[in-house]
Design a protein around this ligand. Structure first.
Ligand code: NCD
Ligand code: ZN
Length: 345
């Protein structure tokens, strides 16, 4: 038996959904995590500060009694977003970031940004007030191969934007490529990246070898092995620019297991066990706390959590359910394809 005590972690990219799904998944996060950056891609999206306040209230109402969990709200950037609304939402303490979804990039992104010029007034205001922009870093044009979309986004959207507005703080969310890691490492300021649990564990073979495996399909899609290794190196490096954002994204099984399955992998329930496994495998258990509990708050200008959690390595594999029953339907849990021995106790 081996114990690892770390400060209570936060999740810097999480989909909680709404209604029955929200009620069915939130405990899997609030059990282990103190805070999470909540993605705004509901239908309709969370666009205004008033939308975010109402959504926060629904989340808070769904937190199980006894759990201490703070949802950190984001706004969904549209070409019509009002800079004054963003600023007052931020000043009130409600809005912690604004999310850029290129239109069509992923689940519920149709109201996203088509022409970044139209969003410049908001982005300029955010740069002025120090409010971070979270980006889904993929281009969506059909001429770019899906495996190249992150690199193309960096070259054609992100780098030009950062040159135009160097004071804007940008979180490159769910980095999936060596290109993304290298770009973040080369930056001098105002750029950080979140990394998901599953992108540290799977490469694209998990989706495509031996039949199509929809429960390993997410966006950005998992890439080649060399990219996974670059993500692992970044996550275990202790470099303060990299931190955990699970991108846990529940969809009910019928929407995953069909001719046009949704993107999204559900990892909230076993993320900490998976991460302890990965960091141990890399001989870097001492860096898990930086990745999951220290680097994120530093980037977002928030205090680190004072509470701790204990991870315990045991002989017996930890049993997680293959599916959770959410009330909205069954959601398949991420299967890392190796036994998990680290439990949160
Ligand atoms: C997310 C979802 O389902 O909302 N899906 C995913 O594969 N990650 C959207 C997103 O973050 O891209
Ligand atoms: Zn996401």
């Amino acid at each position: 038996m081996q114990d690892l005590v770390i400060r209570r972690p936060d999740d810097w990219h999480l989909h909680l959904r709404d209604g029955d799904m929200l009620k069915g998944v939130i405990a899997d996060t609030s059990r282990h995590f103190a805070r999470a950056i909540i993605m705004p891609n509901l239908v309709p999206p969370v666009v205004t500060a008033a939308d975010a306040a109402a959504y926060r209230d629904r989340i808070v109402a769904a937190i199980p009694a006894g759990d201490r969990f703070e949802p950190l709200m984001t706004l969904y950037l549209t070409e019509g977003t009002d800079p004054d609304d963003v600023e007052s939402g931020h000043k009130s303490g409600l809005v912690k970031a604004v999310k850029l979804y290129p239109a069509g990039a992923t689940t519920n992104s149709n109201s996203g940004v088509r022409d970044i010029d139209k969003a410049m007034p908001v982005l300029e205001r955010m740069a002025k007030i120090g409010l971070p922009l979270c980006v889904h870093g993929e281009v969506t044009t059909s001429d770019v191969d899906i495996f190249d979309r992150e690199a193309a986004f960096i070259a054609t959207v992100l780098d030009p934007l950062r040159k135009r507005l160097p004071e804007l703080k940008v979180t490159m969310e769910h980095v999936t490529t060596k290109d993304g890691v290298d770009y973040i490492k080369a930056s001098k300021a105002n750029l950080a990246g979140s990394i998901t649990t599953h992108h540290l564990i799977i490469n694209r073979n998990a989706i495509l070898v031996g039949g199509i495996k929809p429960h390993y399909y997410c966006l950005p899609v998992a890439k080649r092995e060399n990219h996974r290794l670059a993500l692992r190196a970044a996550a275990i490096s202790g470099d303060a620019r990299f931190f955990l954002g699970t991108d846990s994204a529940p969809h009910v099984d019928p929407l995953k297991e069909c001719a046009c399955g949704c993107a999204g992998i559900y990892t909230s329930i076993n993320t900490m066990s998976c991460l302890a496994h990965v960091f141990e495998e890399e001989g870097a258990l001492d860096k898990l706390e930086a990745f999951a509990s220290l680097n994120g708050p530093a980037w977002y200008g928030l205090p680190v959590n004072e509470e701790t959690i204990t991870l315990r390595k045991q002989q017996e594999a930890v049993r997680y359910p293959a599916k959770i029953d959410t009330g909205a339907g069954l959601v398949t849990v991420f299967d890392p394809m190796f036994p998990l021995r680290w439990a949160v106790v």
